[in-house]
Design a protein around this ligand. Structure first.
Ligand code: BGC
Length: 759
């Protein structure tokens, strides 16, 4: 297909029309030139294909509802997620969908974000790897994806208007890397811009974000699509790099674009660039023949396997795995009315649903099961339901308490007010655990919950997330040990909401949310502030145990460009086969800008039979050691020591290796008029020109402030410590009368020697 020749033949009206949808879910065809329309659908954990392209919502065609992103990330299993992507690709083909709107790669800045269930993690590295796998899987089938919501869409409250106020370093290190990794490694066909503003500019018009960073710096080849209704000024959005506006039709806006080109307000070359990007995707999509059937049974089985692997065993006193033949009281509505997906645009019409209670009966064999509802659908306070549950729990040997956070508390479109279950649910757990010490709580929710109020009384707790349509079976598999749990938390569970990093700045005010916690998001924050948590990032129990031994690194001193390979032996020291997630964190001994105590930079999931040992090798490239320096406007590596922390969670580091990095970066100097003597000496070029002046300067300062050698110099202070961190210019000004020239001139002279010009 010769796209350039098509563009040359297109009228201005056709070009403008192509840049907006024709319907809620289709692009605009250009029939005379043989340009077809493509069909897009939500996403991300299933295909929400509405039969009528003009209907935004409404009942969609049956499709497999896989577990949502929180559960996927907790698997830490990139191969499994890729497999799920392939299944999604097959379903898109069968349901006539060209592009699936997902995955979501936004960071869980605060656990209260109502849409956290659709996002992977508080950690950018893990989020990025998950997104890559899902995209790779889907796109391997010739179906496109839409990486969303770009960027800093971290709350639902005022999501259409709030301005996320994020400093450059935080953006680069926390909120962008998952997108960056996904774009560079997997090239999603489309990227969806977020509704919100970023630092005052709508993401739909954000040139720096969409053009400078996404398209130019990262080399994104696909098209940028708006979130549904995120465009306000179509011409400004085109200029900002937004190629396709959805949903359609948008006749007025199409006319505005035509008008803008005619009046010279919009360069047609710019419009052509968006047309080019859209055509490339339209023709790519049309190469994949659509139709046919997908294997619903196989996909249901896959959904079950994924759910089982994403389930996190949070607590276990030995009650789990359950033994056949025990009398079990099953309590809680969620056992019969499973809460397996979240509310909003990702809502799937499942092909079938595994009812947890029925699945339990199948897996449990001869076991006697009773049932009590425990809480009503509206979660109103009803003591009679609690009383009933208590009677059932007392009569049994084990109580299984299925508790789902209701949709009125958590969904797309609004945030949570707290981290709690409902009052009825908490009272239910407390009452049941009082009479039945062997109570296992099974949770369905999308993000961290506070549990301190009731955790102590339980025997075991299972975080089953929004587990997809086959989750009921997955829970039974884990409870009875048919599957050994291996999920690990992709987000910290704090002790309480007030401990969370964004607590004082969420949800923002006057239209702005200041990301005041900066790079200290999730475990980066709890680690740095030494705040105890309920369950740490990376944590999850197993029915077996793993020992780590023989840690090794490929070199104790290494060049940044070469990276480093980390290796460790892991042995299954228990009696049951199981899977372990080996996590590698990096700790920088010393850096010029503050860094979190540790950051996840690699992981691997392995399966081990009892007694078996495997060697895990994980490669860390230079970026694993770098941080983003706003003054250089680039990722920097600095010489010096790093600890390589190999662990079973962020709080359970099993082995440490210390290495030395040699930076090969040649960075420009960032010395300026306000740089201090210490900074001049730290800068190789600065040092050369400044050192000859140093001795004289220090002598003068000693005269001025007293000697730095004793703590009680003339002014009762260590003057030299102060002097080393004062701007050199100011220091010179104190002695200006003794200088041959004004301080500013001397500084500028030095700066010219360093930069070739003053700064
Ligand atoms: C959501 C997107 C979704 C789109 C289409 C928006 O409200 O934010 O994630 O893809 O609707 O349903």
């Amino acid at each position: 297909m010769n796209i350039e020749s098509i563009i040359a033949q297109m009228t201005l009206e056709e070009k403008a029309a192509l840049c907006a949808g024709a319907t809620a879910w289709t692009t605009t065809p250009v029939e005379p030139l043989g340009v077809p329309a493509i069909f897009v659908s939500d996403g991300p954990h299933g295909v929400r294909r509405v039969p009528d392209a003009n209907a935004l919502a409404g009942s969609s065609l049956p499709a497999t509802c896989f577990p949502t992103a929180s559960c996927l990330a907790s698997t830490w299993n990139v191969d499994l997620i890729r497999e799920m992507g392939q299944a999604l690709g097959d379903e898109c083909i069968a349901l006539n969908v060209d592009v699936l709107l997902g995955p979501g790669a936004n960071i869980k800045r605060t656990p209260v974000c109502g849409r956290n269930f659709e996002y992977y993690s508080e950690d950018p590295y893990l989020s990025g790897e998950m997104a890559v796998s899902l995209i790779d899987g889907i796109q391997s089938k010739g179906v496109g994806t839409s990486l969303k919501h770009f960027a800093a869409n971290n709350q639902e409250f005022k999501r259409l208007s709030i301005s996320a106020e994020v400093d450059e370093r935080t953006l680069r290190e926390i909120y962008l890397p998952a997108f960056e990794t996904a774009v560079k490694k997997a090239q999603p066909w489309t990227v969806m811009c977020a509704y919100n503003k970023l630092n005052g500019t709508y993401c739909s018009e954000h040139h720096e974000l969409l053009v400078d960073i996404l398209k130019n710096e990262w080399g994104f080849e696909g098209l940028v699509v708006s979130d549904w209704g995120a465009v306000h000024d179509r011409v400004a959005a085109l200029k900002g790099g937004l190629d396709l506006e959805m949903p359609g039709p948008q006749e007025r806006r199409v006319k505005a674009v035509v008008e803008a080109v005619r009046t010279g307000n919009l360069d047609e070359a710019l419009l052509n660039e968006s047309v080019r990007r859209i055509l490339r995707i339209v023709f790519k999509a049309s190469q994949t023949p659509k139709g046919g059937k997908f294997d619903a049974a196989a996909h249901h089985a896959l959904a079950r396997a994924i759910a089982a692997e994403g389930i996190v065993l949070l607590k276990n006193d030995g009650t789990l795995p359950l033994k056949n033949g025990q009398r079990i009281a099953v309590i809680g509505r969620a056992a019969k009315e499973p809460h397996f997906q979240g509310g909003g645009s990702s809502h799937i019409n499942p092909t079938q649903i595994d009812i947890p209670f029925d699945q339990l009966r199948r897996v449990a064999g001869e076991t006697e099961l009773t049932y009590a509802e425990g809480y009503a659908v509206d979660n109103s306070s009803q003591q009679s339901l609690i009383d009933e549950a208590v009677v059932a729990a007392r009569a049994a040997q084990v109580a299984l308490l299925y508790v789902a956070l209701p949709t009125f508390k958590e969904s797309e479109g609004y945030d949570r007010a707290d981290l709690d279950l409902t009052a009825q649910q908490v009272n239910l757990i407390k009452a049941v655990t009082q009479v039945q010490p062997k109570t296992v709580v099974i949770l369905n929710n999308g993000s961290a919950l506070a549990m301190s109020e009731w955790l102590g009384g339980t025997a075991a707790v299972i975080e089953a997330w929004m587990m997809g349509q086959a989750g009921g079976g997955a829970i039974a598999d884990v409870l009875f040990g048919k599957v050994n749990p291996s999920g690990k938390l992709a987000e910290t569970f704090p002790l309480k909401l007030a401990h969370t990093p964004a607590f004082t700045s969420y949800p923002g005010e006057n239209g702005q949310a200041h990301y005041g916690e900066g790079i200290f998001v999730g475990y980066r924050y709890y680690d740095a502030k030494e705040i105890p948590v309920l369950f740490p990032f990376g944590y999850g129990l197993s029915y077996t145990t793993f020992a780590y031994s023989n840690p090794a690194v490929s070199a104790s001193t290494f060049k940044d460009v070469d990276g480093l390979t980390v290796q460790v032996d892991v042995t299954n020291t228990g009696a049951m086969a199981g899977k372990e997630v080996v996590q590698v964190y990096v700790h920088d001994h010393k850096s010029n800008l503050v860094r979190p105590p540790k950051e996840l930079k690699g992981f691997a999931k392995i399966e081990l039979q009892p007694g078996e040992t495997k060697t895990v090798a994980i490669h860390l490239d230079w970026r694993a050691f770098a941080y983003y320096h706003p003054a250089y406007q680039q990722w920097v590596t600095e010489n010096g020591g790093f600890d390589i922390l190999i662990g079973a969670s962020s709080a359970d580091i099993r082995c440490t290796k210390t290495v030395t990095l040699q930076s090969t970066q040649e960075r420009p100097s960032i010395l300026n008029r306000e740089s201090t003597p210490r900074e001049w000496l730290d800068d190789p070029r600065g040092k050369r020109v400044f050192e000859p002046l140093l001795e004289n300067l220090l002598a003068q300062m000693a005269t001025l402030f007293g000697s730095g050698e004793s703590e009680d110099g003339a002014m009762g202070m260590d003057a030299m410590s102060m002097v080393m961190d004062m701007p050199l210019r100011d220091l010179l000004q104190f002695r200006e009368s003794a200088l041959p020239a004004p301080a500013d001139e001397i500084i500028d002279g030095l700066l010219v020697q360093v930069h070739g010009h003053a700064r």
